[in-house]
Write a protein that binds this ligand. Structure first.
Ligand SMILES: Cc1cc2nc3c(=O)[nH]c(=O)nc-3n(C[C@H](O)[C@H](O)[C@H](O)COP(=O)(O)OP(=O)(O)OC[C@H]3O[C@@H](n4cnc5c(N)ncnc54)[C@H](O)[C@@H]3O)c2cc1C
Ligand SMILES: *[C@@H]1O[C@H](CO)[C@@H](O)[C@H](O)[C@H]1NC(C)=O
Ligand SMILES: *[C@@H]1O[C@H](CO)[C@@H](O)[C@H](O)[C@H]1NC(C)=O
Ligand SMILES: *[C@@H]1O[C@H](CO)[C@@H](O)[C@H](O)[C@H]1NC(C)=O
Ligand SMILES: *[C@@H]1O[C@H](CO)[C@@H](O)[C@H](O)[C@H]1NC(C)=O
Ligand SMILES: *[C@@H]1O[C@H](CO)[C@@H](O)[C@H](O)[C@H]1NC(C)=O
Length: 683
């Protein structure tokens, strides 16, 4: 076993020295996932560069919900989370989803998605955010520039190799050649008006190139799941007048609008700026994308607003198709080609899992790539990336489908069943009918049936005095009351997701069976857990230093470094745990793994950190901290983790727990620590 690992190590490092011109990591795609990965890799000292097909960055707002877990990652990137919080609209303007017959007409219902506990810092040191994707991209680029990156737009790479820390715009990855030791990527770009090709060799290739991933297609990885669930048109427009009206009259993040003239979902990206995206379903080939001109879109918007608006400026109209699919595998060519983000999974955009899942893919991958580059782990550790992340993508796909159905519950209760719309369309689209009816007639028929459907929403039917209308309205009320409409926050899933196998020591007695519970589509609260594979629970702590200067309260999550490949061992200040830490540090060093020890002093019971110093000597990589208990719960750290203070927790560089022992280690401690570190890096 041992010599195999040595061999792999030598092979890898001899490659590195022989081919100085070979870029260690090449990332295809400068979307949020490619950019976050570039930041994380750079912080860990891994050299990388990015190729982007487009000459400019998209200004389409796209995703806009950043969940707690992504914000926790951003929080440790030079103030990125704080900058997002500073720039995002105030929470009062986006905490609600509103259901109405028109923006200026009557409100069918509204759901507030922020509960009182969402403002305390009990489960996470940082709140969720509402911030458009293009703005996030801009902040990520700024971070990269601070870290020495440059964005090259007019670079043709004529006679020089691609350098690290470059983002090459206008370069389309068109083919991939893999040998045993490296990958040759062919990029196509415009040079003096002529399409030109060039090869770029690299050790690892990351496909962060979005839902239509070229990398995925070139290596022949198939997607599994449900395709073409719904075709939509997404209309990006600006209107200060509408923004100001909503800001004062009915502020919200999403508006579900149903009226006899039109239906659609309006995403209010920024009410102050008056920036919106309207999503509306469409049914090709009877309805074609070309039908959605600037003018028709404006007409549609006015129908949904319900009154004249002077300043509507349609910026961009894009068709897009909703899928619920996950790549059959995330790795190819001996783990040298790796998919991340939308390239690996595409979900319905309900619940905001798309971008967040991708950001968390990058976080899982970054430290593992760094461990391989530093020869701490063999290439096989990358297999744990797929082992850990793919089940999460499958789970989030199922959850997004349920969310999408929850989103459809309200229109269905109003007599507007979208599944009926799809089957009506399928029937008309059926070859036997479409060969008889000319296409213009098919189109008229389809539009006729849809407007018949939408007529269900007229005030004549949808009012309390009409028996049908009143029964429908009370059905809708029940949906809201029971929390069965679309939710915004998913605490149990956003923070509570857990890896059951991978670069960790699995729990022997798995609590609550295997894997996550099936998704419910409804809000479930997060329950802190220190089971291996879980994210380290958050608790406020204070760092004890010899000189009592640094009194600031930080989170347990802040103990994990982003700029060092380092594991964290959390123990209580007792003799047996100090002995355990000693052994852990010794064994880790034999594996070239860096471990920092965190000694968690109980609230109010600090008898001097001098004890740690003498107990751990000669080791110096440790930090003494004291619990800051919340006035509400006053639980101790070990209570939160459901462990005794005789236990210990080993945390990976991505905040997930690699191993823990609930109470003292039984048996030979050295033997156990050897087993732990060997399982971690997969030797
Ligand atoms: C119109 C639209 C609306 C959306 N709305 C929402 C929403 O409301 N909520 C939500 O959660 N999610 C939404 N999404 C999904 C969300 O935008 C994605 O989940 C997110 O962008 C994924 O990030 P990524 O970095 O993986 O991929 P992307 O953001 O797609 O980035 C991929 C990048 O790779 C580049 N690229 C592609 N092919 C190549 C190639 N061959 N060579 C070089 N570069 C290449 C692309 O130009 C692009 O810049 C929306 C998506 C779209 C398209
Ligand atoms: C990026 O390129 C793709 C494919 O060429 C195109 O469809 C898309 O609109 C481009 N986006 C921008 C912002 O230019
Ligand atoms: C996000 O974090 C805040 C702050 O701790 C918390 O109150 C909220 O419930 C969290 N939301 C989710 C979805 O976990
Ligand atoms: C990789 O690209 C270089 C540069 O074009 C070329 O010389 C080399 O033959 C290629 N190698 C492989 C294995 O395709
Ligand atoms: C299409 O029509 C054929 C023959 O009339 C029928 O068997 C089939 O079920 C129809 N398909 C759909 C999707 O309506
Ligand atoms: C409608 O029919 C066309 C042509 O047969 C086909 O390409 C398309 O996929 C069909 N659409 C749906 C939604 O069934």
């Amino acid at each position: 076993m041992f010599w195999v690992k040595e061999l792999q190590k030598r092979k890898l490092s001899s490659n590195c020295s022989k081919n100085d011109s070979i870029l260690p990591v090449l990332i295809i795609g400068a979307g949020p996932v490619g950019l976050v990965l570039s930041v994380l890799l750079t912080k860990l000292g891994v050299k990388c560069a990015v190729l982007e097909r487009n000459m400019t960055f998209s200004k389409h707002p796209q995703a806009h919900f950043i969940n707690n877990r992504s914000m926790e990652i951003f929080r440790r990137l030079d103030g990125l989370a704080e900058e997002i919080q500073r720039c995002q609209p105030p929470v009062e303007l986006w905490r609600k989803f509103i259901y109405c017959t028109s923006l200026t007409g009557s409100t069918i219902g509204s759901v507030d998605h922020m509960q009182t506990q969402d403002f305390d810092q009990s489960v996470s040191p940082v709140s969720v955010a509402h911030f458009s994707q293009y703005k996030l991209n801009a902040l990520l680029l700024k971070q990269l520039e601070t870290n020495g990156f440059s964005i090259c737009t007019h670079e043709s790479l004529d006679d020089r190799p691609l350098r690290e820390k470059e983002i090459l715009m206008g370069h389309n990855c068109v083919s991939i050649d893999a040998t045993d030791n490296f990958i040759n990527v062919t990029t196509s770009f415009l040079k003096e008006g002529k399409q030109t090709e060039k090869q770029i060799p690299c050790q690892f290739l990351i496909g962060a190139d979005g839902a239509g991933s070229t990398v995925r297609n070139l290596v022949g990885i198939e997607l599994r799941g449900e395709k073409d669930m719904q075709k939509l048109v997404s209309v990006h427009f600006l209107s200060q007048e509408l923004g100001h009206y909503l800001m004062y009259e009915k502020p919200g993040m999403l508006f579900f609008i149903f009226n006899p003239g039109a239906i659609g979902v309006l995403v209010a990206h920024d009410l102050k700026q008056g920036e919106f995206v309207l999503q509306t379903p469409f049914y090709p080939p009877q309805q074609s994308f070309e039908d959605f001109t600037s003018e028709t879109c404006k007409g549609l918007i006015l129908k949904l607003v319900g009154r004249e608006v002077e300043d509507i400026n349609v910026v961009d109209i894009k068709p897009w198709v909703m899928h619920a699919e996950v790549a059959e595998k995330y790795l190819a060519c001996g783990n040298r080609i790796i998919l991340a983000g939308d390239a690996a999974h595409r979900f319905p955009p309900a619940g905001g899992f798309g971008m967040n899942t991708g950001i968390q893919d990058a976080h899982n991958l970054a430290w593992k790539l760094s461990a391989v580059m530093k020869s701490i782990a063999p290439m096989s550790i990358l297999s744990t990336y797929e082992m850990e992340r793919r089940p999460i993508a499958l789970f989030n796909t199922a959850l997004s489908i349920q969310n999408f159905e929850a989103a459809m519950a309200v229109p269905a209760a109003l007599g507007l069943d979208p599944t009926i719309a799809n089957s009506v369309h399928q029937a008309i689209n059926n070859t036997s009918i479409s060969t008889i009816l000319p296409s213009t007639l098919q189109k008229t028929l389809l539009n006729g049936i849809f407007s018949l459907g939408r007529a269900q929403l007229s005030d004549l039917i949808l009012n309390e005095n009409n028996p049908l209308g009143s029964s429908r309205l009370s059905k809708v009320k029940r949906i809201f009351q029971e929390g069965k409409s679309l939710q915004l926050q998913f605490p149990a899933e956003d923070l509570g997701f857990r890896y059951c196998e991978g670069a960790l020591v699995p729990e022997v007695e798995s609590v609550g069976g295997h894997g996550p519970e099936p998704p419910g589509g409804r809000r479930r609260e997060y329950i802190p857990s220190a089971d291996s594979g879980s994210r380290l629970p958050h608790m406020n702590i204070r760092v004890l230093t010899q000189v009592k200067t640094k009194e600031a309260t930080i989170s347990t999550l802040d103990l994990i470094s982003v700029d060092k490949l380092e594991f964290l061992l959390i123990i209580a200040p007792i003799d047996s745990s100090y002995r355990l830490a000693h052994v852990a540090l010794t064994v880790a060093k034999e594996h070239k793994i860096v471990v920092k020890v965190c000694v968690m002093w109980p609230n109010g019971l600090v008898d001097g950190d001098a004890r740690t110093k003498t107990s751990l000597a000669p080791w110096e990589n440790y930090v003494d901290v004291v619990e800051v208990r919340s006035p509400l719960s006053s639980s101790s750290w070990w209570d939160i983790c459901k462990m005794t203070h005789r236990g210990a927790i080993l945390v990976r560089p991505d905040d997930h727990i690699a191993w823990r022992v609930k109470s003292a280690v039984v048996g030979d401690v050295r033997q156990e620590m050897k087993r732990v570190f060997e399982m971690l890096v997969g030797s």
